[in-house]
Design a protein around this ligand. Structure first.
Ligand code: MG
Length: 397
């Protein structure tokens, strides 16, 4: 490199002044996952001089192709709708930002949390949740299935071909474990290939918080984009969602002359803040009540420890149901979804009949694995525009 690097401190570096080292270490709560206790990488690598292992994982994720492809994957609205709306990349950044706040407030490892948040959606196929459901349906016909968490693990373990020394990104154990376990539990009887991931134990709190930060991020973002798209209106929001109406009335009292859009924004900001605050405070109280003082206790606990309070969980559930009825099922979005799922269905059948049309890497994989699995992996990695482009090239002439 032609320039000198700034002086940065590693958490473990012996050259770091003791006060700085202690400060960094002391910020973590006793139940946090500490980078120096990591189970490490599949292919051992020497320590980096100025980034710890979780910071390094974060950088590998950001430099991966799967991460860049998030920009062209649908969250709720396709890009044809408007270029102001969230896509999976901007959603991912919102999850990372919320997760870091929660992690720091609870004394958790913010570097690990950031890596987990940035990687949490890389396994999503094109076409959002309906794309995932369609791929799963197609795979069921071959007595198999599709699951975006398992797909994300396959991406970081093998499909990313970037480094000369190893396949995949060679991420630390805790990031791979978090990819699998951040949103659900898997049984080893159904997934013997996941045996190394301590399936009988809960994941660290850093992984547990990702799922709820994800839900908070997309619920608030979908209200925002839905309102901007004029599919949701203020009267419907206020009438159907008491939690929204409460905040709106307070905002209206404080800024009676403000434009409706700004009052909406202020209400949404308060709602987001209230959800994140409740997540932090109720988790903190739960950890204290259960006297959780170590990672071992977190892992041994029969239930997950990061969650909203019961009252706010109920409100969040109402919010989800509202979005399902008034936004996700809206006919304007349905038409677009049907187009994408139909492309997935036709291309799946096409590649099964013409495996030689697959890129070399996937064609070679098909010598080792069932063809339907390889076809599924290939389609799942596509962005929405690439899926439609392949459909045009192969099936529309
Ligand atoms: Mg997400």
């Amino acid at each position: 490199m032609g320039f000198s690097l700034p002086v940065l401190y590693s958490l473990r570096g012996d050259d770091v002044p003791a006060t700085m080292r202690d400060k960094n270490i002391c910020q973590l709560a006793p139940y946090a996952m500490r980078v120096e206790n990591s189970q490490g990488r599949r292919y051992p690598e020497p320590a980096h001089p100025y980034r710890n292992d979780y910071e390094r994982d974060r950088d590998r994720i950001i430099h991966s192709r799967a991460f860049r492809r998030l920009e062209n994957k649908t969250q709720v609205f396709t890009q044809r709708y408007s270029d102001h709306f969230r896509n999976r990349l901007t959603h991912t950044l919102e999850v990372a930002q919320i997760s870091r706040t929660v992690a720091k407030s609870l004394g958790l490892n913010a570097d690990l949390v950031e890596s987990l948040a940035l990687v949490h959606d890389v396994g999503h196929p094109p076409g959002g949740h309906s794309g995932e459901a369609e791929l799963h349906r197609l795979m069921r016909q071959h007595q198999d299935g599709f699951d975006h968490n398992l797909h994300a693990l396959r991406i970081v373990e093998s499909f990313e071909q970037k480094y000369a020394a190893f396949p995949g990104l060679n991420l630390t154990f805790e990031v791979r474990e978090g990819i699998i376990k951040h949103s659900r539990d898997y049984l080893s009887i159904d997934h013997p290939e996941l045996a190394e991931y301590r399936l009988l134990e809960r994941p660290p709190l850093e992984a547990q918080l990702i799922d709820i930060a994800d839900e908070i991020a997309y619920n608030c973002a979908d209200l925002d984009d839905g309102y901007e798209a004029k599919l949701l209106t203020l009267p419907i929001l206020r009438e159907s969602l008491p939690v929204f109406d409460r905040s709106y009335r307070a905002v209206d009292r404080k800024y009676p002359a403000a434009k409706e859009k700004l009052k909406f924004n202020e209400t949404l900001k308060r709602l987001l803040n209230a959800l994140v605050t409740d997540l932090i405070e109720s988790t903190r109280q739960r950890l204290a009540r259960k006297r959780i003082r170590s990672l071992a206790q977190v892992r041994a606990c029969p239930r997950r420890l990061v969650s909203l309070s019961e009252r706010v969980q109920k409100e969040e559930q109402e919010l989800k149901e509202f979005l399902f009825v008034h936004l996700y099922s809206h006919q304007n979005l349905n038409a677009e979804r049907r187009r994408l799922t139909s492309c997935i269905r036709s291309l799946f059948a096409y590649y099964l009949r013409h495996p030689q049309s697959l890129p070399t890497f996937y064609f070679q994989q098909a010598q080792k694995e069932p063809l339907h699995r390889v076809v599924c992996d290939y389609i799942a990695g596509m962005t929405d525009p690439y899926l439609q482009e392949q459909h045009r090239q192969l099936l529309e002439n």
